[in-house]
Design a protein around this ligand. Structure first.
Ligand code: GRF
Length: 200
């Protein structure tokens, strides 16, 4: 059997602005021929998601997920791009079990807190940072984790910590955590892609 070469084929799912998507696309583009992954499609559950504009600007196919609960349709969409790894970047819908099963060990998410704390259903956006501040935490951060059928429960792959500073608001803390996400996510995906490529 001949080993396949070339970058890992990554699909990114998003719901929002897509700044993590941008960080990921920029990182792999900048790596040029040495890159470990290519973003081959971006799919969003909202046609107005900024992530789709970022994809188009980068000349990456942009797709709208009509029914996020339709696992068969999502599987067909991802397979049509020969997706090897699924990356959630601000994707706010539960991924159907068919998809998590098909890409088990190859589907990851980033969460804007230090899991296992401050995760689970309803813990997204400002609410996460408000909860961190209300709990009087002295640090927060970003977590990259495997995705299974339960929100924010999969195995933790990597974390990056940031301090909670006196006088922080949810907005100032969110900005600090987001900067950590932009640093952590591409580098973690790079490491994961290199592992997955060797197991092709
Ligand atoms: C990030 O904080 C991510 O952790 C969370 O949603 C936000 C997405 O931001 N799940 P963006 O769309 O990547 O700018």
């Amino acid at each position: 059997m001949t080993a396949r070469t070339g970058p890992l084929r990554v699909a990114v799912l998003a719901s929002g602005g897509g700044s993590n998507l941008q960080a990921i696309m920029d990182y792999f583009r900048e790596a040029g021929d040495a890159r470990s992954a290519d973003v081959v499609v971006v799919a969003a559950n909202r046609a107005s998601a900024g992530a789709l504009d970022r994809a188009r600007a980068a000349r990456v196919p942009a797709e709208v997920i009509r029914d996020p609960s339709d696992g068969g349709a999502m599987t067909r969409l991802l397979e049509s791009y020969r997706t090897e790894c699924v990356v959630l970047a601000g994707y706010l819908k539960l991924v159907p079990p068919e998809v998590t099963a098909r890409w088990r060990g190859r589907i990851v998410n980033i969460h804007p807190a230090l899991l296992p704390k401050f995760g689970g259903a309803g813990m997204y956006g400002r609410r996460v940072h408000e909860a961190v501040l209300a709990a009087g935490e002295t640090e927060s951060g970003a977590t990259v984790h495997q995705v299974d059928d339960v929100y924010d429960r999969g195995a933790i792959i990597a974390q990056e910590r940031v301090p909670v500073k006196p006088g922080d608001t949810a907005d100032t803390l969110a900005a600090r955590v987001l900067a950590a996400e932009h640093h952590l996510y591409p580098r973690t995906l790079d490491a994961l892609a290199r592992q997955l490529i060797t197991s092709r």
